[in-house]
Design a protein around this ligand. Structure first.
Ligand code: MEV
Length: 438
């Protein structure tokens, strides 16, 4: 079958659906019905979603769950989470409840700097380039004044531009490395507009610069783009309490628990195979809130994992210690977030989630998201170092299995009762349901 298509984007929505359904499905009507089942009945909302991207044929749902009782810097927060993994919201809520009676979560903003670069090639002497850059640097700021005006009024803007010599790594390669403060916006558009203007001005000034002309040097702009790596836009979230206060029903020996917990973190600090899974657990919490608040989860993922490898080896993002009888557990995360612009006012559910979070500033959202990551990591390590992860995980997964088996209400009740006392596994549930059905 030849599945190539010309001019797909020019087809109407219905024509696109027809093509997809007929090309790929043995029962095109069923495929079309399914796609339309997921359309919003409110035409305005549907149109909004259709226009977010190109070639939209339907919506793709993820659940929005709520993790309440997060005590953060002395104030309770209710956290919205968009995620498909069954145990994540329950784990977050449990961790929130646990720490609410032990002082809660504390956060610190370690920096809010964003970065962008103009990458260029220059084949002349470094000293000549340095002299040129110092001379025209004010012109770079001047040329971007109209772009930065609003941002400056909000207390942000371009904080610096430096020339970076990268020729030891790549022949003739230099950068204009610019730093920005973008306040409550993620700032991608703002930064990229500034950078593209820098590139134009830089090129123009270079063309007029006599010492370059005399030597016939070449200065070529390669590209201008923000960096999603933000090692100076970092938030720390932390929990801490006397070791003895960790005691509860599932933690009968708090010192042993704390020691094991610290060792589990140390393993993730030195062992990349474990670190990736450990950090994946943190991202269960982070991504869920990033998605709920309409932020760019790809940018966050890229930044966080680069940060986890900043010392040359991929390592744990979180750390733990016991000092003078006090257990402390913390995470540092680079999070470039926005609470204005982008989807924040456009997507009704994003707006809802931001209202639920009491319309946070970008730094407040950094704090909430780092807390969600730390809570998730705490819940995972607590299970892993005590009962193991599967007992809780499979209990939460039970509903998915029941849905797969199209269990009736009566069967569900029997299954829930039975598996209160028995270990959940896919085959155990299938066997049990088959037995009931027979
Ligand atoms: C599962 O989504 C996340 C965990 O694997 C994280 C971890 O191992 O720390 C439980």
């Amino acid at each position: 079958m030849n599945n190539a298509v010309a001019g797909f984007s020019k087809l109407s929505k219905q024509e696109k659906i027809n093509w997809i359904a007929e090309q790929y499905f043995s029962t095109p009507n069923e495929a079309e019905t399914l796609l339309k089942k997921y359309w919003n009945t409110d035409e305005k909302i549907q149109q909004l979603h259709d226009e977010f991207i190109e070639n939209t044929i339907s919506n793709f749902y993820l659940p929005l769950g709520i993790a309440p009782n997060f005590l953060i810097n002395g104030k309770y927060k209710t956290i919205p989470m968009v995620i498909e993994e069954s145990s994540v919201v329950a784990a977050a809520s449990k961790a929130a409840k646990f720490w609410a009676t032990r002082g809660g979560f504390k956060t610190t903003i370690l920096g809010t700097e964003k970065i962008g670069q103009v990458h260029f090639i220059f084949d002349g002497e470094l000293a000549l380039l340095e002299a040129f850059f110092e001379k025209i640097k004010p012109a770079l700021f001047e040329a971007t004044e109209s772009i930065t005006q609003n941002m400056r009024q909000r207390g942000g803007g371009i904080t610096d531009i430096v020339l970076k010599n990268k020729t030891s790594e790549l022949k003739n390669y230099y950068q204009l490395h610019a730093t920005f403060e973008t306040k409550n916006s993620m700032g991608a558009n703002f930064i990229n507009s500034c950078l593209e203007q820098f590139a134009v001005t830089f090129k123009e000034k270079a063309a007029e610069y006599e010492p370059f002309q005399k030597k016939g040097t070449i200065l070529e702009i390669i590209m201008s783009i923000l960096s999603n790596y933000v090692p100076n836009c970092v938030v720390r979230a932390e929990v801490s309490c006397p070791v003895s206060d960790l005691a509860e029903k599932h933690i009968p020996e708090p010192l042993l628990f704390a020691q094991r917990f610290v060792q589990a973190v140390q393993i993730a600090e030195i062992e990349p195979f474990r670190a990736v899974t450990h950090n994946k657990g943190i991202m269960n919490g982070v991504d869920a809130v990033v998605l709920a608040t309409g932020n760019d989860f790809r940018a966050i993922e890229a930044a966080v994992h680069a940060y986890a490898a900043k010392n040359g080896t991929y390592s744990s993002l979180s750390h733990a210690k016991i000092e003078n009888g006090v257990f402390t557990f913390w995470v540092d995360l680079p999070l470039a977030l926005g609470t204005v612009g982008g989807l924040t006012t456009l997507h009704p559910m994003v707006k809802f989630c931001l209202t639920l979070l009491e319309n946070p500033s970008a730094t407040e959202l950094m704090e909430v998201i780092a807390v969600a990551g730390l809570a998730q990591n705490f819940a995972a390590l607590r299970s892993l170092t005590t009962t193991g992860i599967q007992a809780g995980h499979m209990k939460m997964h039970l509903n998915n299995i029941l849905n797969q088996l199209e269990a009736t209400e009566e069967e569900r009740q029997l299954v829930q009762k039975h598996f209160k006392k028995h270990t959940v596994s896919h085959s155990a549930v299938v066997n049990y349901i088959t037995a009931i059905r027979n």
